[in-house]
Ligand binder design. Sequence first.
Ligand code: ADP
Ligand code: MG
Ligand code: ZN
Length: 524
Amino acid sequence: MRKLEEVLQDWEAVIGLEVHAELTTLKSKMFCGCKLEFGVEPNTHTCPVCLGMPGALPVPNKAAIESIVLAGLATNCDIEKHSMFYRKNYTYPDMTKNFQTTQGPVAFCMRGHLGLAVDGTAAKERITAAALEADAVDGNATRTDTGYVAQVGITRIHMEEDAGKMNHVGGAQGRIAGATHSLVDYNRCGTPLIELVTEPDLRTPEEARLFMQKLRQIYLALNISNCSMEEGSLRCDGNVSLRRRGAKQLGVKTELKNMNSFKNLHDGLAFEICRQAEVLEEGGQIYQETRHWDPTSKRTIVMRVKETADDYRLFPDPDLAPCNLSDGFIESVRAKLPELPDQKAARFEREFALSAYDARHLVEHRETARFFEACMTLAGGDAAALAKPMANLVINDITAYLNAREGTALDETPLTPERALALVKLTAEDAISSKQAKEVFAAVLDEDKDPSAIVAERGMEQVSDTSAIESVVDAVLAANPDKVEQYRGGKTGLVGFFVGQCMKEMRGQGNPKVINELVAKKLG
Ligand code: ADP
Ligand code: MG
Ligand code: ZN
């Protein structure tokens, strides 16, 4: 199989996502009063409604409708005032009702969109955009200084309910293959679920990954779900097809089911693009089918050939009245919208004169955004001057530290906003070099001490005092008259030698900027 970069030279990938999020922050299920609680004794949170007993009547959960309207408003959707619940009929042991309650052609939220900023190495996958000048347009993408911004259409967000959970016993790794029997936990039955469907507007696996990350940040900011891909409260199906570059018509797509991490989503799509290209280039045909990505063997395998919508016999649920949302209700939900990641980034750009890139990366995680703001508040009048170095500390050092220790919360580490600010100030005032700052940063976290204490203990104060440095520079030049001669004769590369000698003389504590300036002045 050819590599993704090569395949994308000849083919354009077309990707659409279907993203399911469980509304885990709600108190009760979608159509009954059963408590929404996770990781508890199986089959302890069930009732006649969520078990689908004859005669039991469902009642929609108003808080769940608030959550989906929040999601719709946050993704620029039109909120439909009149919609209905439908029955999607199928039978499987994880659902005793034999139908899933979902929505029909009209969902609560329709016709939304999100702008997706892609930069760095992620932007390289879209080769047609990478080749463009600033502000030039490539399909739905506009070139920026650091990459491009793509507009991604959102077809709809509809409400549905989750099914129960099957536990396969006796086989390898809980898989159904080789199992002797299966147990069902109906606690998850009736968990409110929102499904967001995108238009086929994504063009690379990186765009798909970034879209998921962005959506997750939005849902977390809205506090409608804990969005754990590992635990399955956020799940994603990736639909992908290929067409020749320049072609308009969409190709036949395959669907990758239940991608449970950002990496799997990216890698699964990348594999599928390469696989489809190979089939098509050999004169074969792509069948519309559901496939499963196996990260261990790094390939996709067929799960089933696609059923059509007709097979489900969708029809309006006669037990549930049509939903009529009032303007008052929609406005009351709008009033609850928190500051969203994009708005926060725009504010950071404005208030602290940061670049769009820095601002966007600061708001990627709520806790780092909050930490940055706490530092800026502490900085008071110095905030504008310290914003950029503080952003660097957060985006680079703090993020790397947290990434290396998965599950560590920033506010549980010894690094308080006070200490981070003190560290950034020490560097900004040239009291320590940027190299020493890295050492102090690590020591604050390891030893739980203030930066000033570490600098004092380790005798790290950087010498910036001009007269002290001047005498060292004089001494170094006086000790190397031959080299000074050579320099003046045109070997200007020797400047590094003089600076190095001064640094050595000062045991690394001389401010390199001041040394450089003085050496240049004295030689010139
Ligand atoms: P299905 O009927 O198979 O469920 P939908 O029309 O509902 O298909 O679309 C499901 C998802 O697949 C959407 O995200 C949509 O954007 C995407 N999609 C539809 N057609 C294609 C295609 N030819 N290539 C890639 N993605 C597609
Ligand atoms: Mg579909
Ligand atoms: Zn129930």
